[in-house]
Design a protein around this ligand. Structure first.
Ligand code: SF4
Length: 132
């Protein structure tokens, strides 16, 4: 069963094949393939995405100094908007429907300041959401 943290339940829907390195991208592709068939366990902190990330140090994100707390807040907000809780379960298709509904708020809260915005803007689903 997959284990994913709050903000990945949203942001992974917009993956376009870009990432930190080849191992990270390969892992994301594998997760998205599995997500079609497997239930997702909602987790807090480092998840199945983070385990292949070169910025993970001793269970904390060190992408930038002090970012770990901000990311944990982002996880909480994602779960709040998606009406989910940790611990809990989710299915990928139902999540996709929920992401459609919460996208305007999510986008206004996080996407304009996000370093991955350029990658997400290449994603067809993301661009569809922007038009609504
Ligand atoms: S731009 Fe950033 S915050 Fe917005 S969906 Fe993409 S990865 Fe998530």
């Amino acid at each position: 069963m997959l284990s994913l943290r709050g903000h990945h339940l949203v942001c992974l829907h917009f993956f376009t094949g870009e990432g930190y390195d080849e191992a990270f991208i390969r892992n994301l592709r594998n997760i998205l393939t599995r997500a079609d068939d497997e239930d997702i366990t909602i987790t807090s902190g480092a998840d199945d995405v983070c385990t292949s990330c070169l910025h993970l140090r001793e269970g904390r994100c060190e992408y930038t100094e002090d970012v770990d707390a901000d990311i944990r807040e982002m996880d909480k907000k994602a779960l709040d908007l998606l009406n989910l809780s940790d611990p809990g379960r989710a299915g990928w298709e139902a999540l996709r429907d929920s992401v459609r509904k919460i996208f305007p708020e999510w986008h206004s809260l996080y996407c304009s300041e996000c370093d991955w915005r350029g990658a997400c803007e290449k994603n067809i689903f993301f661009r569809e959401m922007l038009k609504k």
